[in-house]
Write a new protein. Structure first.
Length: 189
């Protein structure tokens, strides 16, 4: 079974991303053929990138990098639950990406983005450019959630509307296609 890793983008105390991550993790478990795991950067707590050698060498010095490498290496596809900070991507997700290189290669990544009026679209466009350097395939299918706060109840639970559900189904289906296709490239190396 292909493995889907869902990765958070923010780590601050009281962050809203938790509600969206919990929701998309459960939704993907119930509505896709992936084996799904949530990788919460606020729990994983990577320091600022501190490896002395370029990640492409995979000669990691630190246990936190070895653990992160093993988790990302397992994945066949990724969803980044992406906030927008100052019209760009939050630093924790860029830091987590920069730690590794080959572990990301030839794998698809989709974005569930959230924010105010833009719903995290500006952040997504910026991060798409970064992930192409790692030979990842950023999907055009995405889940975009403007004014996300209106869809989170007092218990911190996210309630998607029909538009969000439709785009989520499409995104999961596209991720499966790309995941299967890119396995051919990875296996041909
Ligand atoms: C430092 C900072 C910068 C922000 N900049 C933006 C922004 O550019 N666009 C936007 O839509 N929301 C912005 N917001 C509001 C966020 O969408 C909102 O706080 C959201 O909850 C952030 O995700 P998080 O709670 O998981 O950290 C910003 C929030 C913070 C803390």
């Amino acid at each position: 079974m292909s493995k889907l890793k869902i990765i958070s983008s923010t780590t601050r105390e009281g962050r809203a991303g938790v509600a969206l991550e919990k929701w998309i993790t459960q939704y993907a478990k119930d509505n896709s053929n992936f084996e799904v795991e949530l990788l919460d950067l606020s729990i994983i707590k990577l320091p600022f990138m501190d490896e002395p050698k370029h990640p492409s060498l995979q000669d990691y010095q630190h246990e936190h990098t070895k653990r992160w490498s093993a988790k990302i290496n397992e994945g066949d596809a990724y969803i980044i639950v992406l906030a927008e900070y100052n019209f760009g991507f939050p630093a924790p997700i860029k830091n987590a990406i920069d730690y590794l290189f080959k572990e990301w290669m030839y794998k698809p990544v989709a974005f569930v983005s959230y924010g105010g009026v833009s719903g995290g679209l500006r952040s997504t466009q910026m991060l798409k450019q970064v992930v192409t350097t790692l030979n990842m395939m950023p999907l055009s299918a995405q889940v975009n959630i403007p004014f996300f706060g209106k869809l989170i109840d007092e218990n911190g639970e996210f309630h998607p509307n029909d538009i969000i559900l439709k785009s989520t189904d499409h995104t999961l289906s596209e991720l499966e296609k790309w995941s299967n296709g890119l396995k051919l490239i990875r296996n041909s190396k």
